[in-house]
Write a protein that binds this ligand. Sequence first.
Ligand code: COA
Length: 325
Amino acid sequence: MIRSVITGCGGHLPGEPVTNDALAALHGLDTSDSWIVERTGIRQRHIAEPGVTASDLGTIAAREAMESAGIAAADVDLVIVATATPDSAFPATAVRIQQKLGVTRGFAFDLAAACAGFIYAMGVADSLIRTGQARCALVIGTEVYSRILDWTDRGTCVLFGDGAGAVVLRADEGRGNASDRGILSTHLHADGRHGDILQVEGGAGSTGGPGLLRMAGRDVFRHAVQKLAGVVDEALAANGLGHGDVTWLVPHQANIRIIEAVGKKLQLPPGHVVVTVDRHANTSAASIPLALNEAWRDGRIRQGDLVLMEAIGGGLTWGAALARI
Ligand code: COA
C-alpha cells in the first residue's frame, strides 16, 4: 500500500515580531496587550513588508523543507499551495513558487479552504500520491493576511499574522496499518450554511465589498470547539486508535482557548500540544506547517510519533490529518 511520508519541513516568518502594544500604537487601536493575551494567547505576530507576496514567503519555506528532506527541484512532481491571500487570481501562487524553485515538471495548483487549507492540501496531496499521480509533493501553506485585514476593526486585526510553512511528502510502501509511516488518513468537512460568519467581503470576481476579512468571533469560537472535537475523534476511530495513542497534537493556531479545549478533550498533557499562537498569531493555512516545523526542528517530534493535526476556517471548512512520522 502506498503511503505519503512527511520527509521534511520548513517555515518562514517575515521581519521582526510586532508586539500587541506596537501594533496598537501603529494603527491607533483602542485595545491592550492584556485584553489580547487573555482572550487569545497572542503576544506578537509577523507582518510582511509591502511588495512581499505569499509566493515569496512560500518559496523560502519550501526551500527549507526541500533541504531538510534532502531533495532537489528535479525530484518534485506536485506543488499544492493552500492560501487565502494569493499573489493574484492567476497564475496560481503554486505555479509562481514552482518557477521560483526551478521545478519544471509535474503540476501545481492552489487550494482555497481558508484556515483549514493546509489540512485540505494534505488530503488532496495524499490522494494524488496514493493513486500514483505524484511521488514527491510540496505542500505549502502561505499567507499575507495583513493585506486583507481591516486595520480599524480591533476585533479582527489583532488576531492574524503573516507567514509560510511547507512539508515534503514522498511516496513509500506501507503495510496498510496504523504503524505505517506516513499519512494514515485525512478527514475533510465543509458547511456553507455558515459562510458569512468568517469571510472576506469582496475581492476578485466579487460584485462588491472592500476585500477585507469580517468575522463574528463568538459564533466562530462555538463552532470551532464543537467541530474540532468531533473531527479528531473521527480521525482516531478511522484508524482504530484512541486518545492515548496520540504523541503530538499540532492544531491550527487561532486561539489558545480553542487549542486547550481540544487538548483537554484528547486528555493530552499540555506538553504534548504544539503551541505557536503566542508568537505567530493566526497565520491561517500556514499555521500548522509552521508549528510542525518548529517542533520537528527542535527535536520534539521524532520518527515513530503519531501526530494529529486539525483546523477550522472560513466556509466553514474543517478537518483533521493523522500522520506517523
Ligand atoms: N481589544 C479590546 N476590546 C475588544 C477587542 C480588542 N482587540 N476586540 C473586541 N473588543 C471588545 C468588543 O468591542 C466588545 O466590547 P463591548 O462588550 O463593549 O461591545 C467586547 O470586547 C467583547 O467582544 P466579543 O467579540 O464578544 O469578545 P469575545 O470574548 O468573543 O472575544 C474573540 C473575541 C475574537 C477573541 C473570540 O470571539 C474568538 O477568539 N473567536 C474565535 C476567533 C477565531 O479563532 N477565528 C479564526 C478561526 S480560523
